[in-house]
Design a protein around this ligand. Sequence first.
Ligand SMILES: O=C(O)CCC(=O)C(=O)O
Length: 288
Amino acid sequence: MTPSHPPLHVLSDAERSFFREQGYLVRKLLDGATVARYVAAVDEARRESGQSQRMSNLQFLQPGKAIHGIQDIVCDEGVLAVCRDLLGEGIIVDGASLFYADAGVDYRQGWHRDVLQVPDDQVDLSWFSDDYHYNYVQMNMPLTTDGCLWIVPGSHRRQLNAQERAIFGNTEKMAPVDAPELSAGQQILLQPGEAVFYNNYAVHRGWGGVLKDRRITIHLGFHSTQHAPTLHFGVLDHTEYSLDYLSSLQPCVREALRAHLVERARHPEVNVFHAYHQQFLKQEFKTT
Ligand SMILES: O=C(O)CCC(=O)C(=O)O
């Protein structure tokens, strides 16, 4: 009998330790033909859209915004195998956006942790420690050369240090966009098809300045059914997944969303944070 996925790890022990300690990991996962297929699907979907002066964050798994030609990235066996090695079995797709901007767009975010959707008095400092089991991983998969993601390695497993505290002020969430630079901040420069997996409780930001080239990057989040959700789980708007919409999807995408619905039903406690997250997206990005 053929197993549904390879039982062996695709990441070495050293790679998994690197992710645990530094909070990110880069792997080349897509070949040139797949990248070209996805770029063509994005071009086709955007043919009617005019140029925008902002970074777009297109939620490509939602009806009305769906980009069918890139959706099967959520079933990519290479992506899922890395997620299993990082989180465990039962991988569930969550946030799914396409970052898109033409050359000339000015893109700058403040340094932040992805707890923006959690009310201040519910942010628990133990989330940013070595002992916390973080059950979520974000992935950026660029289809063009992309240097927009910056991260402070290792900051997911400690409290803000003095330099970070000075720019964050009395919040754990986000520093002002015009705050002084962080000396430990590191740019992650990726080539098309090379993915970065990162812990989004680490201090990070999107920052391209005025883009020299256009940016097309698929951005996904994943959770494992083996562990309790973190409060970041629950980005997809599962209420929009009607039977009609699900039946319009490729079988593997339909199955991924069905599994997402089952997991959301097991964890109704995360629904309250979904609305806060949508608010954040609207502030930071163009979402249509
Ligand atoms: O533009 C990026 O790659 C980073 C986006 C980001 O920081 C976020 O969505 O929280």
